[in-house]
Write a protein that binds this ligand. Structure first.
Ligand code: CTP
Ligand code: CA
Length: 223
């Protein structure tokens, strides 16, 4: 058992990871979404699995190769994602919200396809539930990790999200850089925690970024 724990430090841990942009339906043929590939979430699932964790990937995309030993749950909307996460939250040890969750959704989904009759169409949107903030209010033993996609004032906004959502870690990336963020194969992040100086991780593949994030997570759960 000791040997197993040295080699596989997450072998007793359940990890939930969300990935991809949620889709919020306007009508049967249209939706609004975020421009997210899901790659960061898949890389995190792979890293966590290689560290021995029992990993559930809750994803809006099934276009990427599923890492070995990872259970995948496909969802579409932020509401479905919220439900899938909440169902598993009590028994999880680490939750990583890498998904680009829609902040707003159409107030109602039209039952029939909307026809192009008027010259001006106004879409009314309502705020979605903030899944990470909801988990922050509920958590007891879980380590909560969020992301922050920013185009400006990265440190200030990331620290704000860490406090407001009661997360243990916020992984911030500057999505205005072409080598970081949403559709890139590489990323460059700064990890904010409640008890350490920010940790900067320079540009590298999303797989290697994921390894760094999980090393920081490990240091937080090893008490
Ligand atoms: N998040 C979430 N539920 C939402 C919106 C965001 O769980 N409805 C999570 C994201 O998965 C991410 C973190 O919150 O881990 C921060 O997301 P981000 O979009 O950077 O921040 P927001 O709080 O949505 O604020 P804003 O978009 O205005 O910067
Ligand atoms: Ca947002």
């Amino acid at each position: 058992l000791l040997e197993q724990q040295i080699d596989l430090p997450l072998s007793t841990k359940k990890v939930i990871i969300t990935a991809g942009g949620t889709k919020e339906r306007i009508d049967p043929v249209r939706f609004i979404t975020n421009d997210s590939s899901g790659k960061m979430g898949y890389s995190l699932a792979k890293s966590a699995s290689l560290l021995g964790a029992d990993v559930t990937l809750i994803s809006t995309t099934s276009n990427l190769p599923l890492p070995v030993n990872v259970t995948r749950v496909i969802v579409e909307s932020s509401q479905e994602m919220e439900q899938a996460v909440l169902e598993r939250f009590a028994t999880s040890d680490i939750v990583i919200m890498a998904a680009a969750v829609s902040d707003y959704r159409p107030i109602q989904e039209a039952k029939e396809k909307i026809k192009k009759t008027e010259s001006l169409l106004t879409l009314e949107l309502e705020k979605t539930t903030d899944i990470l903030a909801t988990l922050g209010k509920m958590k007891d033993h879980q380590l909560l990790i969020g992301f922050a996609a920013e185009t400006t004032n990265l440190a200030e906004y990331a620290k704000g999200k860490l406090a407001k959502k009661k997360a243990d870690m916020i992984v911030a990336n500057d999505v205005s850089k072409s080598n970081a963020g949403f559709n890139s194969d590489t990323n460059e992040v700064t990890i904010f925690t409640n008890d350490q100086e920010p940790i900067h991780v320079s540009v590298r593949s999303k797989d290697l970024i994921a390894d760094e994030i999980l090393q920081v997570a490990l240091s937080k759960i090893k008490k």
